[in-house]
Ligand binder design. Structure first.
Ligand code: ADP
Length: 238
């Protein structure tokens, strides 16, 4: 792997019990990239995320991750479940729990981890919510808390699965703005699954579109000239 590569997917097929969902996929995520993964429901976006996270071994091909990603440079924001929305802990506790995978066998969080949690709470502009109960917050506020939590784990790469689901348009715009800030100012690479194609095209540098007959991977400009991109532009004009 080259020094600026975080994840290299080479001719990978992914799926379940020999039924492949995605075939012969190749892509590379570099330091500072912003990749949006788009496609219809059931096309294989979450399956790919499981593959990238190392939770689902490829049926064929290889997925290589930079060594630092296994040492905690990767933060993951999963799709929110109903149970998570009712989680009875304070905002500070939820964010701090993002440091769990670095805690090892110690019982207590270190001072450095506590200050990292506070720094990320500040970065996401939710300082005044610090002592509030997570379950009492709005959807947009909860997503900010989860993003601060993911940042405690991530120094190089954030993976987000449908982060704006259930948010009103203003809260979704807020979240996009924060992601862009983290990407542009802090050099955080971002991989985001979204059904919101127009936002993806505004936000991302590269796009992976998973369609019924295959996939497209390239820059936003290249996507707009691809058959799938042209179909999308036509729909927008109608
Ligand atoms: P998306 O995230 O794009 O909506 P998914 O990756 O969730 O799509 O699903 C892709 C396909 O894989 C679907 O046909 C789905 O039914 C199937 N699938 C997803 N998870 C599993 C699983 N755990 N076992 C078997 N099939 C699955």
């Amino acid at each position: 792997m080259q020094a600026n590569e975080l994840i290299a997917v080479r001719d990978v097929s992914l799926g379940y019990e020999r039924q492949s969902v995605l075939e012969h996929l190749s892509l590379t995520v570099h330091t500072g990239d912003y990749l949006c993964v788009v496609g219809d429901n059931g096309s294989g976006k979450s399956t790919l995320m499981k593959g990238l996270l190392g939770l689902l071994p490829p049926l064929s091909g290889t997925i290589e991750r930079a060594p630092e990603l296994s040492r905690g440079a990767l933060g993951y924001l999963p799709q929110q479940t109903r149970a998570q929305k009712g989680f009875p802990a304070t905002v500070y506790e939820v964010v701090l729990s993002g440091c769990l995978n670095q805690k090892g066998t110690r019982f207590f969080y270190s001072a450095a981890q506590k200050s990292a949690a506070m720094m990320n709470i500040g970065k996401l502009g939710i300082l005044e919510l610090k002592d509030r109960c997570y379950r009492d917050l709005s959807g947009g506020q909860q997503q900010r808390v989860l993003l601060a939590r993911a940042l405690c784990a991530a120094s190089r790469l954030l993976i987000l699965d449908e982060p704006i689901t259930g948010l009103d348009p203003a809260a979704a715009q807020d979240l996009y703005k924060t992601l862009r800030y983290l990407n542009e100012q802090e050099g955080m690479a971002v991989i985001m699954v979204t059904h919101d194609l127009s936002a993806a095209l505004e936000q991302a540098g590269t796009v992976l579109h998973i369609g019924k007959t295959g996939w497209f991977y390239g820059t936003v400009q290249e996507f707009l000239h691809s058959p799938a991109g042209c179909r999308f532009c036509k729909k927008e004009e109608d």
